[in-house]
Ligand binder design. Structure first.
Ligand SMILES: Cc1ncc(COP(=O)(O)O)c(C=O)c1O
Length: 396
């Protein structure tokens, strides 16, 4: 039987109210907000909520140290400063990454040494990192992207062998289990984001995690020296901390649920997940659930149009990041080779926004149905729907 016509061709959308919103209603956050009002703590710089957040993050991250700050982008910069990156150093990172990461390296007068990602999951390639290490390398900055997992045992061993620092950006997968350890605890510094669309949200905010040992303390001390100007350069307020504490307490259960629901989307046509299947060693964390999109499975439907057609059904798919080579010139960054896989990721990555993975139910069930509808009518969409911006639209 032919499914109903897709919304982008005038049919009725599968989820007319659109994808689930974020953040969802949460009685524990309501209670935290009420308490803030009753006690007046919402207006304070410092207090018990920041302390409680640090304690909760430490407890869920293997007893690590925690520095709270104003955002994930700020946290990456503080982590770079914390491990001692200064002007003239090189920092190795992936050619497919969040654009603020190389921008942070440049802001310190350091140079991104940009390497390729692996073909199967578009995460940074350890062999490429090895090829980029040199006398100027001070740090390697790796990001787990779109549910994918960086090969951290190999990367950690490389960094130890070369005597360079490792920064693990876990802004997209808080609560994940990465090769048997909490995401964010493999590095000399780890980074979390509490941005408005993130799984742990306070609208804004971030944290640097560091090992509870003398080396970690040195990272933390450098960060404190940098932000401490008689006032905190990059603070997190009591109000932000208070709404985050209950979310951190619920993180393990919510990560498990997202991962379980994500597992139901592993066999969609022309959509190869970047995340590994859940196992004892790996519980993927989803900010976006990323896929390698194959237009051949959709009559050549360009990626941006695929996402627009799914959005029209009320399913939140978006194109991924642009490859860094399209954003930074070779004068500012050192590109190590041609980076064909990063280019492929920049052209073919799509991501499903995470709220539906927690909501489950009919919203989740609509996803395979919506994908199938778009696939069935892909040829007609290609022929009849004009392509704004060459079929590209939003980034993740
Ligand atoms: C991988 C990665 N790193 C860093 C950040 C920055 O976090 P924030 O938005 O809190 O500055 C993001 C934000 O999306 C991200 O995806």
């Amino acid at each position: 039987m032919t499914p109903d016509r897709p919304a982008i061709l005038g049919g009725a959308p599968l989820r007319p109210d659109g994808p689930p919103g974020w953040p969802p209603p949460d009685p524990a956050v309501d209670a935290a907000l009420r308490l803030l009002i009753e006690t007046g703590a919402w207006g304070r710089y410092h207090g018990p909520h920041g302390e409680a957040l640090r304690a909760a993050l430490s407890e869920t991250h293997g007893g690590c140290g925690v520095h709270l700050c104003g955002g994930g982008t700020a946290a990456v910069e503080l982590a770079l400063i914390g491990v001692g990156v200064t002007a003239g150093d090189e920092v190795v990172l992936a050619g497919y990454d969040f654009r603020a990461n190389p921008a942070n390296v440049l802001a310190l007068g350091a140079v991104p040494a940009v390497v390729d990602v692996r073909p199967d999951d578009w995460q940074i390639d350890p062999a490429a990192i090895r090829g980029a290490l040199g006398p100027k390398t001070r740090a390697v900055l790796v990001s787990h992207l779109h549910g994918g997992v960086v090969a951290l045992p190999a990367v950690r061993a490389l960094c130890d062998e070369a005597g360079v620092a490792l920064i693990e950006d876990a802004c997209q997968n808080p609560g994940a289990t990465v090769h048997g350890r909490p995401a964010g605890t493999w590095g000399d510094a780890g980074v979390l984001s509490f941005g408005g669309s993130k799984p742990l949200t306070a609208g804004r905010g971030g944290a640097v995690l560091f090992p509870a040992n003398p080396a970690g303390e040195r990272v933390a001390a450098r960060i404190r020296r940098h932000v401490g100007r008689g006032n905190d350069l990059s603070p997190l307020s009591e109000m932000q901390a208070a709404v985050l504490v209950p979310q951190v307490r619920a993180l393990a259960e919510r990560t498990r649920l997202r991962s379980e629901n994500g597992d139901t989307l592993r066999s969609l046509p022309g959509l190869t997940p970047l995340a590994p299947a859940a196992s004892a060693e790996m519980t993927p964390g989803f900010y976006k659930m990323g896929f390698q999109y194959d237009p051949a499975a959709y009559d050549g439907l360009p990626r941006g149009m695929f996402c627009a057609a799914l959005r029209a059904e009320g399913v939140a798919f978006d194109p991924g990041f642009p490859a860094l080579r399209s954003l930074f010139s070779g004068r500012r960054a050192r590109f190590v080779g041609d980076l064909p896989q990063a280019a492929a990721a920049g052209e073919r990555c799509v991501g499903l926004h995470h709220p539906v993975l927690l909501a489950g139910g009919e919203d989740l069930a609509a996803i395979p149905a919506a994908v199938e509808r778009v696939r069935t009518f892909a040829g007609e969409i290609v022929r009849t729907v004009p392509l704004p911006n060459g079929g590209e639209s939003l980034e993740l």
